[in-house]
Design a protein around this ligand. Structure first.
Ligand code: FES
Ligand code: FES
Length: 150
């Protein structure tokens, strides 16, 4: 058994220690908002927070996050009380197909915790997630709006 803290709740999972966190979230805990894209740490679709830092869950063994605070998109905000990043995403109508967007929002929220007013260069350097629909301009604009809403 591995004990995890996910979105503020304690959860126990009976899995191999090296199972990727992404699999645990999606298949064991039913948290399907975190997406599988490449599985090799390239695309960022699987981004979650571990102790406030953006982490690619497809290459993170679950045993590494025991004792840490894990936050997924389900814990970022709610439809009634969206996180400022989510509100900015809505205001800018950022998503196209939407597949990459939960990972993008997690990456953006973590960036703003570290750099409250990021420049375009900071955003490009720190949010390396891939959007196959090419929504990068709207993502940048939404990050700037989120920063102002701090
Ligand atoms: S699925 Fe994890 S980085 Fe692509
Ligand atoms: S919105 Fe389609 S991949 Fe990003």
């Amino acid at each position: 058994m591995i004990t995890l803290s996910i979105n503020g709740e304690t959860r126990e999972v009976d899995v191999e220690a090296d199972m990727p966190l992404l699999w645990v979230l999606r298949e064991e805990l039913g948290l399907r908002g975190t997406k599988f894209g490449c599985g090799i740490s390239q695309c960022g679709a699987c981004t979650v927070h571990v102790d406030g830092k953006a982490v690619r869950s497809c290459v993170t063994p679950v045993s590494l996050v025991a004792g840490s605070e894990v936050r997924t998109i389900e814990g970022l905000g709610t439809p009634e009380a969206p996180h400022r990043v989510q509100q900015a995403w809505i205001d800018h109508q950022v998503p196209q197909c939407g597949y990459c967007q939960s990972g993008m929002q997690m990456a953006a929220a973590a960036l703003l915790e570290e750099i409250p007013e990021p420049t375009d260069e900071d955003i490009d350097k720190r949010i390396t997630n891939i959007c196959r629909c090419g929504c990068y301009e709207r993502i940048r604009a939404a990050v700037h709006t989120s920063a102002k809403g701090a």
